[in-house]
Design a protein around this ligand. Structure first.
Ligand code: FMN
Ligand code: SF4
Length: 565
């Protein structure tokens, strides 16, 4: 039944009448003021609603229209607490968050009664166990980072805090993360916002990230400044130097911290002016070619006194990474490490299109980098870190199995310090004090308590990893290979990751890239150059060759690299 058009004014008229009636009644009995005042206020709101021009709904439905905006406002919480199942991921499921909360609080993380997952659903994965399990040490596993030109290798944990800047995170969040890292002997990546005074309070190991804004080592024009770099990099707390090329959530997009958010503290850490927009350009000004990048790596390593120096990227055009690999061959310079970030990675703020539709996800990006380094014979001197929704020990084991040497987590550690996935990080109104510069909101995050949680989340996760490895009969994560992980393709078919993921043999690209059997290399390797990130047109394959390669990719069931073509 349709209501008559005028019914939309029923609420406003009722309020007006109630306000008038109760005001008259209040002349005899003041108790009526309890009715008169609220109804008069609602009548005033109705008048305002009718006069305003921004929102059509409340102009048409005075008072009642606010209900719609209220419901929209509380919708995420209603979904999260009452509607979503424990396994639905948006972006992290209740189960994923619970495991962090439990490990961080040292609550029991065991589950009674059996798995909640449908083990016959496509996409389910597991690690095969051994009849003769090894003995779990329960200890963290260390990974030595530092190639032949590195004079001060770093003994890293297998699980570290991924890059998040002071500015994106609150001072208390930085303090808690760094204190936890110190206690647990793992690394804390500064993010591109450089090293703030909060990073220095507890003395936890730092990976100093240098983005295109060169924060902490820039001149007044925003270009790289060698002496300022030396001043910071020579600090004992800085264990490694990481050049940021891109991050998975917004690769190819720079960033701006609006002037209003550039507080004096943030400005001091970054070497910029307080109150002025702080810009990270999309590209670096210190280099523009693959050889230029590697020369910059070598320069920073030298300036830092020989500390491990590498770069972080989310893979994009395959030929650009091939160009970097060729530059390694031409210059003889290899980075000590590369961190591969997946497109599924997080951010403080990014345009929706970039979050959803730009960049290669972790599995394909990591495989591309791992296979390229293997194919040119330098994999043993370059360590690989990886990040992108890595939360549990199984996530770590799987990522190590397909090529990483260590894993980083950003949002996992945010959960450990209290993040509830409200997803309002970009508004400055984080309800848990994690991503806000508001001193009052930050007070909610008690540093000593949350530092302990960071420590425990790390310790209990690496302990779980050690138990997982032992169950598979392994004693070290570097023994993990793709054949240890099983993937369900359909209710009746399973396959080992080794069967579905492409693999190159050591040095294979140096002999015959065109016939290595992996389409992305066959198609692009010859067209990459150490001198430029551009695609060479010299050996453009014929349309027939391209079609043949595409056909083979489909037939061999190895289309994973197609995403990067
Ligand atoms: C709040 C926030 C801030 C971030 N800031 C940076 C940054 O400054 N530099 C960077 O390289 N990555 C940054 N990232 C990306 C993370 O370091 C990481 O690569 C990505 O989130 C994937 O890890 P996750 O899935 O465990 O969150 C940020 C992520 C978040 C959530
Ligand atoms: S609680 Fe919400 S706003 Fe705060 S860090 Fe977590 S997702 Fe961001």
């Amino acid at each position: 039944m349709r209501l008559p058009r005028e019914s939309r004014f029923v609420a406003s008229c009722a309020c007006l009448l109630a306000a008038l009636g109760s005001a008259l009644a209040a002349v005899h009995n003041t108790a009526w003021l309890w009715v008169a005042i609220p109804t008069a206020a609602l009548t005033a709101i109705a008048v305002h609603d009718l006069r305003q021009t921004r929102r059509a709904i409340i102009r048409n439905y005075p008072i009642l229209g606010h209900l719609r905006f209220f419901l929209e406002f509380v919708r995420p919480e209603i979904r999260q607490y009452f509607i979503e199942s424990d396994t639905e991921a948006r972006p992290f499921s209740r189960n994923q968050r619970s495991i962090v909360y439990q490990r961080a609080k040292e609550d029991p993380d065991k589950r009674p009664f059996g798995t909640q997952h449908d083990l016959y659903a496509a996409g389910v994965e597991w690690i095969n166990h051994s009849i003769v399990p090894a003995i779990a040490s329960g200890e963290d596993v260390r990974v030595v980072v530092g190639g032949p030109s590195c004079r001060r290798p770093y003994d890293a944990s297998v699980f570290n805090i991924s890059a998040m800047s002071f500015g994106a995170l609150s001072a208390n969040a930085i303090l808690a993360l760094n204190s936890g890292a110190k206690k647990g002997r793992f690394a804390h990546d500064t993010g591109e916002g450089s090293i703030s005074r909060h990073h220095r309070v507890h003395g936890g190991d730092l990976i100093w990230e240098i983005g295109s804004g060169y924060f902490g080592c820039r001149d007044s024009e925003g270009r790289f400044h060698a002496q300022r770099f030396v001043d910071q990099a020579s600090n004992e707390q800085v264990k490694m130097v990481e050049i940021k090329l891109s991050q998975g959530a917004k690769p190819g997009h720079g960033g701006v911290l609006p002037g209003a958010k550039v507080t004096a503290e943030i400005a001091a850490a970054r070497g910029v002016l307080a109150g002025v927009d702080c810009v990270s350009p999309p590209a670096h000004s210190a280099f523009s070619t693959p050889t230029g990048l590697l020369e910059f790596v070598a320069r920073l390593r030298e300036l830092s006194g020989g500390k491990p120096t590498g770069f972080k990227l989310c893979v994009g055009h395959a030929w650009e990474f091939f160009a970097i690999a060729k530059a390694m061959l031409v210059t003889g310079v290899t980075p000590d490490f590369i961190v591969v970030d997946g497109a599924e990675g997080g951010t403080g703020a990014a345009p929706v299109e970039f979050c959803d539709h730009v960049g290669v996800p972790l599995q394909e990006g990591l495989l591309l980098v791992h296979n390229t380094l293997t194919g040119i014979g330098v994999r043993d001197r370059v360590r690989l870190g990886a990040s992108g929704k890595i939360i549990s020990a199984f996530d770590i084991a799987r990522t190590l199995a397909i090529g990483a040497d260590w894993c980083n987590s950003a949002r996992g550690f945010m959960f450990a310090i209290g993040c509830v996935q409200a997803q309002t990080c970009h508004t400055g109104k984080c309800p848990t004090g994690v991503t806000t510069q508001d001193p009052l909101r930050q007070r909610a995050l008690v540093v000593s308590d949350k530092a302990e949680r960071v420590y425990r989340f790390h310790r209990n996760t690496v302990r779980a990893l050690s138990e997982l490895l032992a169950a598979a009969g392994l004693t070290h994560p570097n023994q993990l290979r793709p054949h240890h992980i099983v993937h369900r393709v359909s209710p009746t078919d399973i396959e080992l990751l080794s069967a579905s993921l492409p693999t190159l043999q050591p040095g294979e690209l140096l002999s015959d890239a065109r016939h290595c059997g992996v389409p992305v290399f066959e198609r692009w390797w010859d067209r990459a150059s150490a001198d430029s990130f551009a695609l060479l047109t010299l050996h453009e394959p014929s349309t027939a060759t391209v079609r043949a390669q595409e056909g083979r990719a489909l037939r061999t069931g190895a289309p994973v690299y197609d995403a990067t073509r």
